[in-house]
Every structure is written in C-alpha cells, then in structure tokens.
Design a protein around this ligand. Structure first.
Ligand code: GLN
Ligand code: ZN
Length: 769
C-alpha cells in the first residue's frame, strides 16, 4: 500500500517507559536504600541517571515528545496519591518526618503500620497501591515530582509531556479508607479533587509544559451513566480552565465504548486512543462521532503490552484512515511501555531468527518512529523498514515453530467429547469415595512446601554448573523425603510432593514445553521492586516428555496414602506469559491444554489417583468489559476440561484458586467440572463457603482455614472454629480441610505448627459430627 503524506508532521511519542534500567539499577538502588546500604542521595542520583538515559534513548530513536512523571520509585498511582495529598491518616506522621521513608511506608508498611492495599492494574500483571479515601479526605496539590521531572527534560533540551493518572480513574480505582462505610463512593469527591488537578496543571504550564496527558484507562471498563457523567463534568471543568496546558486525555487496554462520545465532546485538545486488539473498535466509534476535527489524535497502533513485532503496513493503513478523522494524527504505543521488557537486543540465547519477531520497549519505540515517518512522508520514506518488517512477519508466519503440523493435526481432531468426563460429577464422586477411602473432612495442602534458602542455592548451583543434574535431583529427592515424612507424621490425608523442583509454577512448565521461549533479561515490573520474566509463548505447543511424573511417583513410592499430582492449568500458563498474537487465545489455550492433558493421563497411568490443576489466574484474565466475559469463559473452561477429562471417573481432579471474590465467575467454576476446589477463605472467615452454598455449588470444596500470607500460626481451636463455620454452608461429605494457598513463601517452623494444628482441628470437628 502507499500512503500520501500527511498535512501536519506526525509526531512519535510514548506514554511511559520501563523504569528499572537494563541492569535493574533501580531495583538494586531501592532495595539497597531499604537495607541501609544506599543513601537517599545515591538513590536519587541513580534514579535521575536512569531517567536521563531513558529520555536520551527515546530522543535518540527519534521520539519527538518524551513522557515525564511516569517514572516511579514504587508505583505511579501511589505517586498520584502523593500529588493530590491523599496520605492515609496512619501514614501522615511518617510522611511528615521524611517524605521518602513515608512514601515507602505507604507502599510496604512498617512494623506498626499497614501499607496501602495492592491490586492488579486492570488486566495487566502490574500492581498498584489502592488510594484510600473517605468523606473527610482533604486534597492538596503537590506538583513537586511532576515539575522536577519535567524540568529535567527541559535541561536536556527535550520536549517533555507530563503524564498524570486522570482524576476520574484515580477516584474509580480508590476504595473507602479503613473505618469509612463500605458503600462510600470515592467519585463523590470529584468536585474536591478537580481544583487540585487545576493547580497541578497551572504549575506545569508555568514550568513550560505545552501538553499534559491525563490517563483515564478506567473509562474502558463498563461504566454507569453516573460515572460517565462524572467524566463529562471533569473534562468540561478542566477544559474550561484558562491557565492550563493543552490537555491530551488517554485511554488504553480496551475500547472506550460509551465513554468515547463523552471524551470526544469534552473541551480538551486531544485524545490518545488504543487501536490494538479489542480496542480496534475505537476506530469505528471515533468515525461515528465525527472524529476530532481540528484536534489532536494520538493513535496507539503499536501493542504496548505484548512483545511481538508490529505489522507496520497494517498500522499504516489504520493511521491513514485516522488521518481523515482528526486535525492531526500522532503515533504511539497503545499504552505505557512499562508492561514490556526494555530491549530484546540484550538477549543472547534466543535464536536470531526468532529474535527478529520480538519487539521490546526499545524496538517498539523504533517502530513508532518509523510509522510517524511513514505517515508524514509517505511509505516511500520507509521502504527499507517495510521490506524488513514484511520479511520478519513472513518468517514468523511460515515457521515450523508457529505451525507444527503434528500439533495442528492433533488440535484438528479435538471434539467436544474430549472436553467432557465420561461420567457426571455425582457418579464420579461415589466412585472416588470408594477408590480413595478418605475420612470425612479430609486434610490436604495446596502443593508447595517451604522453598528454603538452601533449595534456592542448590538451584543456583545447578545453573552455574557447580553441581550436576544427578546431584541436584538427589537434593530434590531428599527434600521430597522430608516433606513426605512430615506429612505422614502430621497425619495429613492427601499428601503432596512439595514442588521443591519448581522455581515458579509457570516457568517450570514453560521450560519443558516446546513452543515457549525464555529470556535472560526480559524483566517486567510486577510491583515495587518485584520484577518477573514472563516466558514467551511463541509457537505451537507440545510436550516432548513427561514433566512431573517422576517426582510424583517418587513421592508416592514413599507412602501408602494418596499423593496428589500437581500441575499449572492452561489459563494460568497463558495469563502469566507473553502470548502469541497471531491466533485466537482460545486456540493457544487448546494447544497448552492438550499438552497438559498428556501429563494428567501419564500421572494417572503411573498410579496417581488425585490430580490438582491450579488455575489461580482464571479470574484475573477476565476481559475488562462484561460483554466479552462469556466468550473468554467458554474457551477458558473448555481448556481446563480438555486438560482434565482424559481420566477415569474414580480419579479425582482438584483445582485451586487464590482469591475469595469470585461471585462473577461462580458459574464458570462449576463449568470446570473439577471434583474438588480449594480457595482462599481464612481472612474472610469462610465467606467463600457461604457464597458457594448460595450459588448451589454442588461439588467438594476446601475453603482455606490457614492464612499462609502471614507467619502467624493459627491455633487448632481457631482452625476448628473456621471449619464449624464452613460446615454451616457446606455439608461434611463435601468439605475439605486445607490452607489458603501453597506454602512456598513460609518457613518450616510455622508450616509445621500450622499444619499440625490444622490436622488436630479436622479431628476435633470430625468427632463432633
Ligand atoms: N500449587 C501451587 C503452590 O502450592 C499453587 C500456587 C498458587 O495458587 N499460586 O504453590
Ligand atoms: Zn493459591
């Protein structure tokens, strides 16, 4: 295709950039500060150097407008809390005494004061700190951080565009502060908050900012008319300010839907919209409202949260269409580049051919610049880039890695029957009861036992070549012996091997499945200084050989009690990886499910009667808009059933999820057709048990009676009391006794004591039946 030159030169920009640095300098400096090894001054210096490096990287690549204020020592929502002065009462003294220490106290808590709650940033794997607001909240403007970072770009001679969390999203992400009634609606504070934003905007203008970006991703979720009305009011008021920079309102992660006409009508100077994936619907919606004549449109055409090379030609087509809809069109990633690793160029172990399919933050920046150039000067100005891009896309599309004939042939033969167990649940339950011979209120754990420093050292030794595979495996077997001996002595009924061989529940399987890639430096911020390296699900998935069977059978050889096989489910494998974007997610899930199904079948053939398939991510990948839930849940639950339906009726399938709020997916949980589910429940006093009962959930369930997130050991009486509460909702024939989640982050002393108490509690309550 050819594109005619645009009237105004298109600018290249991004909304945010990875914060930590190529060598995770920021993480090291912050953790050093926490431990007293790094001074505050040294931390500030490291941070300022990183910001400079990143801006220079962006400007050097040809980005015209660099973001400012997106950098953070912990989280940009927490930074917004500081900017609007909404410091929770319990942290005010600490913040007054020392702003930096007070900031980290809000993020992480101290011995005496609890931190802010942390939760997922929309449907990404980034976590933000939840603002706590109430009717008494007083907002005050503190633009210091925003101004300082903007001025740093001025000093470098760059054009900076401050990026702020928008006021509507800030309030929609907040929750009632402790002690405030749960039905308090933070949005009622909008009129109090807007003057503070007005002040910050005036300060930024005074500092020289021409444009300021206000991020409103909360508007891509289903919103009530009142919430949309609040958004309309917010931008009417901010737009009406006289002393302000030009306003760019940004949204990302999905389509704006009903919020699009609201923002398009607002008296702001431009919109930044996502045009990737499901958000591509923004294009027609924008056309339907007549576009943004005379105003600025920033087009997010490069996927900001996945790692695949862009289809430049397709993006140019989109950009060409958008040219007719706005006064000026600029080019960007769909969202902040915070959600992708920094530089694929740093990878040494990835096949060079495959490396060309990948685009991390630096590569995406180059794509954005190329697209802006193509849009401004016509495709003739980027012929070499387009040709190289076509070659990379063709290499990916035609690769045996992305199209493995054996995998394709197998998925082609899958029918609905493969995803259905041979007998209905009620009949299976009877068969399993006879086969397993478990007592009422059977006791078990969720899978992992403490991952001791020693175990981590042994794994590091293996990686570094200091010990061989044989030595490593003997060490794992020794751990399994210890875990089994403890469980037998404690009197647990269904045992586990303890997962000593697993570094991470997704990575362990990704490393063994064909089609997944690992990176060396592909770190992405999960929260604060915690970074993860998600595997890349790059190709068709197959399982060259069994992955867990020898560990489970070794454990089973040590005991006459049933040992539970332990796998990570297909939805969680996808949720915690970068997934391919060249086929529907459901197709990818089906491939992973078939590979895991072989593992389930092999475990059964090796004598395993109880197999748990963990799906802690089932709910977190729920699409942002309710209209998309059914389609997602259909493929997600089918993938789980495909994984687990190859077994005999008397083989018991467990699943596990780590959360208590699942009201909106309770039907889907039933659709998994698992025999037993374990869930987090200790902190909510068995609330899930009541909810399951209220929904008529017919299967066996283990609401957790031991909060594993804390080193605190629950007493036997406390656990027994929770069990009695559980029994009021779930009959004894269907109630299991287990902790909330895996024990890998716990130490051995508290694990021992807590599990002994848990068994005592089960025995006490059994005697009362
Ligand atoms: N089986 C896993 C474990 O016990 C489950 C972890 C999880 O649910 N996140 O560690
Ligand atoms: Zn869990």
């Amino acid at each position: 295709m050819t594109t005619k030159p645009a009237a105004a030169a298109a600018r290249a920009t991004v909304y945010g950039y990875p914060r930590q640095g190529q060598h995770r300098e920021l993480k090291k400096a912050i953790e050093g500060y926490w431990s007293g090894r790094v001074t505050a001054d040294a931390l500030h210096t490291t941070a300022a150097e990183l910001r400079r490096t990143h801006w220079r990287q962006l400007a050097g690549a040809g980005v015209d407008e660099v973001p400012t204020g997106d950098f953070s020592y912990y989280d940009h929502v927490l930074d917004t809390t500081v900017m609007v002065g909404a410091i929770p009462a319990r942290h005010r003294d600490a913040v007054a005494a020392d702003a930096l220490d007070g900031y980290f106290a809000m993020a992480r808590g101290t011995r005496d004061v609890a931190p802010l709650e942390m939760t997922k940033w929309f449907d990404t794997n980034y976590h933000y700190l939840v603002p706590e607001l109430g009717p008494d909240t007083v907002f005050t403007a503190d633009s210091a951080k925003q101004i300082a970072e903007f001025e740093e770009t001025l000093a470098l001679g760059l054009t900076g565009r401050p990026v702020l969390v928008g006021p509507v999203t800030y309030l929609l992400l907040a929750k009632p502060a402790p002690g405030v009634p749960a039905d308090f609606d933070p949005l009622t504070l909008l009129d109090r908050l807007l003057p503070v934003y007005a002040e910050v905007l005036a300060d930024l203008r005074a500092a020289g900012a021409v444009w300021v970006q206000l991020d409103e991703p909360a508007l891509v979720q289903d919103r009530t008319p009142a919430e949309l009305g609040a958004a309309a009011r917010a931008y009417r008021d901010l737009g009406a300010l006289t002393d302000r920079p030009k306003l760019l309102v940004a949204s990302y992660f999905d389509r704006l839907g009903d919020a699009l006409p609201v923002l398009a009508k607002a008296p702001v100077d431009g919109l930044a919209l996502d045009f990737t994936g499901r958000a591509a619907a923004n294009l027609d919606a924008l056309a339907a409202v007549g576009g943004l004549p005379g105003r600025r449109l920033v087009a997010g055409v490069v996927d900001g949260r996945n790692i695949w090379v862009n289809d430049l030609s397709a993006s140019l087509t989109t950009l060409g269409t958008l040219l007719g809809l706005a006064g000026r069109v600029d080019v960007a990633a769909s969202c902040s580049l915070l959600h992708v690793p920094l530089d694929s160029g740093a990878e040494r172990d990835v096949d060079p051919q495959i490396l060309r399919w990948l685009a991390f933050a630096r590569q995406k920046t180059a794509e954005i610049v190329t697209l802006a150039k193509g849009l401004t000067r016509g495709t003739g100005a980027i012929t070499a880039e387009l040709a190289a891009n076509r070659a990379d896309l063709a290499s990916r599309a035609n690769s045996p890695i992305t199209h493995d004939p054996a995998v394709r042939a197998r998925t082609g033969t899958v029918t609905g029957a493969h995803a259905r167990r041979a007998q209905p649940y009620a009949e299976r339950a009877t068969a399993q009861r006879a086969h397993l011979g478990l007592p009422l209120l059977p006791t078990t754990t969720i899978g992992s036992f403490p991952q001791t420093a020693e175990l981590r050292t042994v794994r590091a030794d293996l990686r570094a070549g200091r010990i061989g595979t044989a030595g490593y495996e003997e060490r794992v077997r020794a751990e399994i012996r210890e875990v089994l001996a403890f469980q037998e002595k404690a009197g647990l009924d269904v045992l586990v091997h303890g997962e000593a061989e697993r570094n991470d529940m997704v990575q362990y399987f990704a490393e063994q499945l064909t089609g997944f890639l690992a990176t060396q430096h592909g770190w992405v911020q999960s929260y604060g200084t915690r970074y993860v390296r998600p595997p890349i699900l790059a190709g068709d998935i197959s399982r060259p050989e069994p992955m867990t069977v020898r560990w489970t059978t070794y454990a089973q050889s040590l005991t006459s009690r049933p040992v539970k096989g332990m796998l990570t489910g297909p939805v969680t494998m996808l949720a915690w990886s970068f997934v391919r974007d060249d086929q529907p997610l459901g197709d990818t899930a089906r491939q992973v499910a078939l590979a895991l199904r072989d593992e389930v079948d092999d475990l059964e053939a090796a004598g395993t009667s109880v197999i748990q398939v963990d799906e802690p991510a089932l709910r977190e990948t729920l699409p942002l808009r309710a209209a998309d839930h059914a389609a997602y849940l259909a493929w997600a639950t089918e993938a789980f059933r495909l994984t687990t339906s190859g077994v005999r009726p008397d083989t018991q399938i467990h699943t596990h999820m780590c959360y208590a709020e699942f009201g909106d997916i309770v039907r889907a949980i039933d659709d998994l057709d698992a025999d037993v589910i374990s869930l987090e429940a200790a902190r909510s006093h068995m609330q899930v048990a009541r909810e399951l009962a209220a929904h008529g959930y017919p299967r066996e369930a283990g609401p957790g009676v031991y909060d594993i997130h804390s080193p605190r050991v629950p007493s036997a009486e406390e656990a027994a009391e929770l069990l009695r509460t559980g029994l009021r909702a779930i009959p004894a024939e269907r109630l299991w006794v287990n902790p909330d989640c895996g024990l890998k982050t716990r130490g051995w002393p508290e694990t021992r004591a807590a599990l002994e108490n848990l068994v005592t509690a089960a025995r006490t309550v059994r005697a009362e039946l």
